[in-house]
Design a protein around this ligand. Structure first.
Ligand code: PNW
Length: 526
């Protein structure tokens, strides 16, 4: 009996007291930490081997004035050549997983599976093998915005055939890598590449068509995701037992003082619901409140049909349930108020505002970060996660992106340290107070990279990259902080971490250990 007591005590001690963090600051044992990048933002080698141009190559080459610093992703972090250094950063941090994306035109130069590039295939295969050899799980995004330009020339995401084009591409990706990759994201942030491109014209391909193109893109992105999910489900799941979903970026919307919550809720349904309701709700299809609003707007504008093309019953069923978890990207929040009569509402800086006829602002206390849309509100991530649970039930949530940009290229980035600390604190509250099954957190980004139309100006990296030189990577303070969180599997206070060495932490005796020892001594004396 005594042995069982000792064994039990040791088990309790190991599970709950492996460091000095109070219980509520520890992450659950199964919680995983990662960091993310995307192909176009880091790889460079834009025309190396048989790779063909993506929409971002063409957009940044033809319209450099549309990019903040006039730059492009021709070299970026040169990860096509320096991927071993990327793995070194990943292991330096002690990440459980590394999320990266595959470049469609690098793997399939024509956009179609008539020919798989052997250079492209080798590149991703070696990267995956290198991660696995280092004990790191690869988490792979199939599409992170770099559509082959040849497909854009055929209409890109506005052409209904893109659903099949994407599905064929996804099948190739699964057939090459699903033996080694167990977590998949089909498509990253359709809100940004549809709205950002078609409503605002600021993301590639920069085709302005806010009324029509944007909603075609939305519809086809959802069908393409569903088709890829079903291909994985039917042709690969039995053999490889992986998980697959899409990633949505959702801004948290709250009502302005004096406004009711229902106006904020409409914007939530637009920003988060359009790409979630069809997949995660019991009924499927567009969020009803949004379908109704766009139908009414369309009628008022003289369109014979809703500009938001409805799904057929068959399509609703086809899309519904095509998820294994919810991949949430969270960055920022907005305050919503109804537009005043006659007020002009700008599409920029935020998605959907003119359609919804609302004004979107920020609270004065939310600190501004570059890029232009970024204001910091850490509790927004908790509200957003709780909203997902309220809307779609107990789905597993993977935070697939969260991170901070500054203009400061230097190493001592206490603002980023604070950002991660504040957001991870809210994630712990989501888990322990709101009872949401959040299973992982992904820092955006592993390193400074090509921040789309903002070029190389905003620095998102845990590691700094010297873009004027050999793309040397150097860890920032936030990298040490994130590595310490991962090592301790707990949220630690930045000042404590920065002043206390690892050795000192280890020699501290925790209160839990003291109490446990006391209980054991009393038990044996008796
Ligand atoms: C994400 N917003 O984009 C992308 O997944 C990354 O590629 C990108 O580098 C990162 O976030 C930072 O921009 C977003 O306006 C773009 O809220 C815009 C927004 C959110 C995410």
């Amino acid at each position: 009996m005594k042995y069982y007591v000792v064994l039990l005590s040791v088990l309790i001690e190991r599970t709950w007291s492996t460091n000095d963090a109070p219980q509520q600051l520890k992450f659950p044992p199964w919680f995983k930490f990662g960091a993310a990048t995307a192909a176009h933002q880091i790889e460079g080698a834009w025309n190396v081997s048989d790779k063909t141009p993506s929409v971002w190559d063409v957009f940044s080459h033809e319209k450099p004035s549309r990019i903040g610093d006039g730059s492009n992703g021709d070299v970026a972090c040169d990860s096509y050549h320096l991927w071993r250094e990327d793995i070194e950063m990943v292991t330096h941090l002690g990440l459980h997983f590394y999320r990266f994306s595959i470049s469609w035109p690098r793997l399939l130069p024509s956009g179609f599976p008539d020919r798989i590039s052997s250079a492209g295939r080798r590149y991703y295969s070696e990267l995956i093998d290198g991660l696995l050899a280092a004990g790191v799980e690869p988490v792979v995004t199939v599409y992170h915005w770099d559509l082959p330009q040849s497909l854009q020339d055929l209409g890109g995401w506005t052409n209904p055939l893109v659903v099949d084009w994407f599905a064929d591409y996804a099948r190739v990706v699964f057939s090459l890598f699903a033996d080694r990759v167990k977590t998949w994201i089909t498509i990253n942030e359709p809100l940004v590449f549809c709205d950002g491109a078609y409503t605002m014209g600021v993301y590639a391909p920069g085709v302005l068509s806010p009324d029509i193109g944007k909603y075609l893109c939305n519809r086809h992105a959802l069908l393409a995701h569903a088709k890829a999910w079903r291909i994985y489900d039917q042709e690969f799941r039995d053999r490889y037992r992986g998980k697959i979903s899409l990633a949505n970026t959702i801004t948290w919307y709250e009502p302005a003082d004096g406004e009711t919550d229902d106006v904020a809720e409409i914007v939530r349904q637009y920003g988060g619901g359009i790409f979630s309701h069809p997949i995660f709700s019991k009924k499927g299809g567009w969020p009803p409140v949004i379908a109704k609003m766009i139908a009414e707007n369309s009628r008022r504008q003289g369109y014979p049909k809703s500009r938001l093309p409805p799904f057929t019953e068959k399509e609703i069923k086809f899309i519904r349930g095509t998820y294994d978890f919810y991949a949430l990207n969270y960055y920022t929040s907005r305050v919503v108020r109804r537009a005043r009569p006659g007020e002009t509402i700008d599409a920029w800086p935020f998605f959907g505002a003119p359609e919804l006829n609302v004004s979107l602002t920020v609270r004065p206390e939310w600190k501004k970060a570059p890029p232009s849309w970024f204001y910091i509100n850490p509790v927004g991530i908790r509200h957003q996660i709780r909203w997902l649970k309220e809307q779609y039930g107990d789905v597993e949530v993977l935070i697939a992106e969260n991170g901070y940009a500054s203009h400061d290229p230097t190493a001592h980035d206490m603002d980023r340290v604070q950002f991660y600390k504040d957001h991870l604190e809210q994630v712990l509250l989501s888990i322990y107070e709101d009872g949401v099954n959040v299973t992982g957190f992904t820092a955006w980004s592993l390193m400074d990279n090509y921040e789309w139309m903002d070029g190389y100006v905003p620095k998102f990296g845990l590691f700094a990259v010297d873009f004027n030189d050999q793309r040397t990577r150097s860890p920032r303070t936030s990298a040490s902080y994130y590595a310490a969180i991962i090592r301790e599997h707990a949220l630690i206070e930045p000042p404590e971490y920065l002043s206390v060495t690892q050795n000192a932490t280890n020699t501290n005796t925790s209160y839990n250990s003291l109490i446990l020892s006391f209980v054991l001594i009393v038990y044996f004396i008796k």
